[in-house]
Design a protein around this ligand. Structure first.
Ligand code: ADP
Ligand code: MG
Length: 598
C-alpha cells in the first residue's frame, strides 16, 4: 500500500514525461516554442542565418515525411520540387519586384512542382507499383532538372544562377525570423492536420498494405498520386520561401545533395511522425556549421556517420523510437449504418471457360462455375490445385489467359480489384491481410467506407456497420478491442478481423480463402453456423475455400472439387462426395491421414 503511494508521484511524472516526449503534437509545440524563444539566447545574426535557414529546410523535411513516412513513397528527388519552386519565385520577383509578383511566384512555385509530382506519380503509381521503381524515377528528377537549368541560362542564369532576388517585403532580420517561424508553424499544422485526418488513416493503410486497401475498393494509385503531388507542392513552397530569404539561387537547389540530405533529416528524426523530421532538419542544420568550424572539411563525413549509426541502431529514427508504439487514443465507436441495413442484392459471378497460364505452366483451364447470392458454395481440392489463383483472377488481381469473368450476365474483362470490390464482391486472403499499424477500429472504419475517399480534414470516430457486420464483430470478441493495434493480434484474431472488414464493406458476394485455417477448434465451431446465417438469414453469397471436407459437408449448398487445375466435380454435396473420381483424388491426396471419411 505504502509502496504504491510512494511510487505514484514518480509514475505520474514518468507518464507525463513519456507523453511529452512521445506525443508528436507536444514535441511540435516544444520545438516551435524553443524556436520562438531562441532569439533571446543567440545572436540575431545566428537566428536569421542558421536557424532561419534550418526552418525553411524543415518545411521540405516535413513535406517529404508526408510522402515517405505516411504515403510510403521514397522520393529521392524532392530537391527537384524545392528547386523548381525556388526558380519560379526568383524569376517572377526578378522580372517584377512587387507583392503581386510574389503572390504569382508563390502560386507557380506550388503548382509547377505539384504538377510535376503528379505526372511522375501518374507513370509510377499507375504502372509499376514497386517502391524501388519510385525511388529510381525520382532519383532522375534532380539530375534532369539541373541539366535543364544549365541549358536555359536566359531564364535561370545558367551556371552563375540568379542573384539579387528581392528580399521579403518586411524590414529587419528578427521580423523575417518570426515570419519564417509562423510559416513553418502553418506548414506543419497543415501536414499534421492531414495525417491526423481520415485521409491520413487511409495513407497509413495503403503504406501498410496496398493490396488489402485495393480489395476494399480504394483506388490506391489516385491516393498515392494525390499525396505525392501535395508533398511536391510543399517542397516547392519551401523553395519559394528560400529564394527571397537567400537572395541567390543556383542549380544547387535542384541537386541531389539537397535531396539526400532531406532523406537523412527525415530518417534520423523518425519518419512518419511529423515531429521527427522537424527535429532532424533543425538539429542537423544547426549542428552542421558547428561541426564545420570544429572539424573543417569533415562535417559531411561526420554527419554521414551519424546517419549510418542512427539508421542501423534505431531504424525508426530518434523521435520514432519514442513515439512509434504510442497508441492512438482517439475515440472509436460502432454505429449502425444509416442507409438501408443489409442491402439484399441479387448477384451472380460466373466464370466461363476460364484459364490461366504463366508461360508454359497452366494453373487451371476451362473452368465454368457460378457463384450466387443466397448460396453457400464450398470449394475443396489439394494444395496447388489453383483455388487461390482462381479467386485472384475473379477479383481482378490477375488477368485470365482464356475465358472470362461475367458479373450479372455482363463480361467484366478489365475490372481492377478496387472496382470489383465496389461492385460488392470482396475477399479474404489465405494468409491474413490487415492494416497492421492501424487499430482494429481504423481497419473497420476504412473497410466500412467501401473505397469512398475519406475526408482530408477532421477525424471521424464513427464506424458505420450493417447489422450483420456488427453481430460478427461482437461474436469475434473484437468489438471490445477497437483500440488495439491490428499488428498486435494473434493469427486467429487477424482472421476474424479480416472477416469483419469484408462484412463491414457491405458486400453481396464474399470469397473466403481458407478462413478457418489455423483457428482453434472452439473458433471453428463458431464459424460454421455463422457462415450459414450470413447466407441464409442475410442473403449473402459465399465461396468458401476449405481443406476440411467434414467441415464443408455439413454447411455447403454446393460443392466444387478442383484438382490439377480442372473442375473434377461440381454440384450438390451428396452427389459430389459419392463421385468415385473425387473419392480417389481426395483420399489419394490424404492417403495415410486419419479422420477423413467420404
Ligand atoms: P491452392 O490455393 O489450390 O492451394 P494456388 O492457387 O495457390 O493453389 O496455386 C496453384 C498453382 O499456381 C501453384 O502451382 C502455384 O505455384 C501457381 N501460381 C500461382 N500464382 C502464380 C504466379 N503468380 N506465378 C507462377 N505460378 C503461380
Ligand atoms: Mg490456396
Amino acid at each position: 500500500m505504502s509502496n504504491e503511494r510512494l511510487s505514484q508521484p514518480a509514475s505520474g511524472l514518468a507518464s507525463a514525461w513519456h507523453s511529452l516526449t512521445s506525443s508528436p503534437l507536444a514535441a511540435i509545440i516544444l520545438i516551435m516554442g524553443g524556436l520562438a524563444l531562441a532569439p533571446l539566447f543567440v545572436s540575431t545574426y545566428y537566428a536569421s542565418d542558421v536557424l532561419a535557414k534550418a526552418m525553411i529546410l524543415a518545411i521540405l523535411a516535413v513535406g517529404l515525411d508526408l510522402a515517405w513516412g505516411y504515403g510510403g513513397i521514397l522520393s529521392l528527388g524532392h530537391s527537384a520540387f524545392f528547386g523548381l519552386g525556388a526558380y519560379a519565385m526568383s524569376i517572377m520577383l526578378l522580372r517584377w519586384d512587387s507583392v503581386l509578383a510574389g503572390v504569382t511566384g508563390m502560386a507557380a512555385a506550388i503548382a509547377l512542382p505539384a504538377a510535376l509530382a503528379a505526372v511522375v506519380g501518374w507513370f509510377v503509381f499507375f504502372g509499376a507499383t514497386s517502391t524501388l521503381y519510385v525511388a529510381i524515377v525520382t532519383l532522375a528528377l534532380p539530375v534532369l532538372l539541373s541539366a535543364v537549368a544549365l541549358r536555359v541560362p536566359g531564364l535561370t542564369g545558367g551556371q552563375t544562377g540568379l542573384s539579387g532576388i528581392p528580399a521579403f517585403p518586411w524590414e529587419g532580420p528578427l521580423t523575417t525570423y518570426y515570419a519564417l517561424l509562423a510559416i513553418l508553424c502553418a506548414a506543419t499544422a497543415l501536414i499534421y492536420a492531414v495525417v491526423r485526418s481520415d485521409y491520413g488513416r487511409l495513407l497509413v493503410a495503403i503504406r501498410d498494405n496496398e493490396q488489402r486497401a485495393q480489395f476494399l475498393g480504394y483506388r490506391t494509385p489516385h491516393v498515392r498520386l494525390g499525396v505525392f503531388a501535395l508533398s511536391g507542392g510543399l517542397a516547392g513552397f519551401a523553395g519559394a520561401i528560400y529564394a527571397p530569404y537567400n537572395g541567390f539561387v543556383s542549380h544547387d537547389v535542384l541537386g541531389l545533395q539537397l535531396s539526400t540530405a532531406a532523406i537523412a533529416w527525415v530518417a534520423i528524426g523518425g519518419r512518419g511522425t511529423v515531429a521527427g523530421p522537424l527535429i532532424g532538419a533543425i538539429a542537423i542544420n544547426v549542428l552542421e556549421p558547428v561541426l564545420n568550424e570544429a572539424f573543417p572539411g569533415l562535417s559531411r563525413l561526420l554527419l554521414g556517420l551519424v546517419f549510418i549509426v542512427v539508421v542501423l541502431a534505431v531504424p525508426g529514427g530518434l523521435f520514432g523510437v519514442l513515439s512509434t508504439r504510442r497508441p492512438d487514443r482517439r475515440p472509436l465507436e460502432v454505429v449502425s449504418r444509416p442507409d438501408a441495413d443489409e442491402r439484399k442484392r441479387q448477384m451472380e459471378v460466373a466464370v466461363r471457360k476460364l484459364g490461366l497460364s504463366f508461360g508454359s505452366l497452366t494453373v487451371f483451364k476451362d473452368i465454368n462455375l457460378a457463384f450466387r447470392t443466397g448460396h453457400l458454395h464450398c470449394m475443396i481440392g489439394p494444395n496447388g490445385a489453383g483455388k487461390s489463383t482462381l479467386v485472384n483472377v475473379i477479383t481482378g488481381l490477375l488477368r485470365p489467359s482464356e475465358g472470362e469473368v461475367v458479373i450479372d450476365g455482363v463480361p467484366a474483362p478489365h475490372h481492377s480489384p478496387a472496382s470489383i470490390a465496389r461492385l460488392g464482391i470482396v475477399r479474404t486472403f489465405q494468409a491474413s491481410n490487415v492494416f497492421e499499424t492501424l487499430r482494429i477500429g481504423d481497419n473497420l472504419f476504412l473497410a466500412a467506407r467501401t473505397g469512398a475517399t475519406p475526408s482530408l480534414v477532421g477525424y471521424s470516430p464513427k464506424i458505420e456497420l450493417s447489422g450483420r457486420a456488427a453481430e460478427v464483430l461482437q461474436l469475434s470478441g473484437l468489438g471490445a478491442k477497437l483500440q488495439a493495434r491490428a499488428g498486435d493480434l494473434g493469427h486467429g484474431e487477424r482472421k476474424w478481423l479480416e472477416l469483419c472488414m469484408v462484412l463491414a464493406s457491405d458486400p453481396a458476394i464474399i470469397f473466403l480463402d481458407e478462413p478457418t485455417a489455423g483457428l482453434t477448434t472452439a473458433d471453428r465451431a463458431k464459424v460454421a453456423p455463422l457462415l450459414v446465417a450470413l447466407v441464409h438469414r442475410h442473403g449473402l453469397g459465399l465461396l468458401l475455400i476449405e481443406h476440411d471436407l467434414d467441415f464443408v459437408k455439413s454447411i455447403a449448398d454446393r460443392l466444387t472439387v478442383l484438382a490439377n487445375g480442372s473442375v473434377l466435380a461440381d454440384g450438390a454435396v451428396e452427389e459430389v462426395i459419392r463421385n468415385p473420381e473425387v473419392t480417389q483424388v481426395y483420399l489419394g491426396h490424404r492417403a495415410g491421414s486419419q479422420g477423413v471419411s467420404l
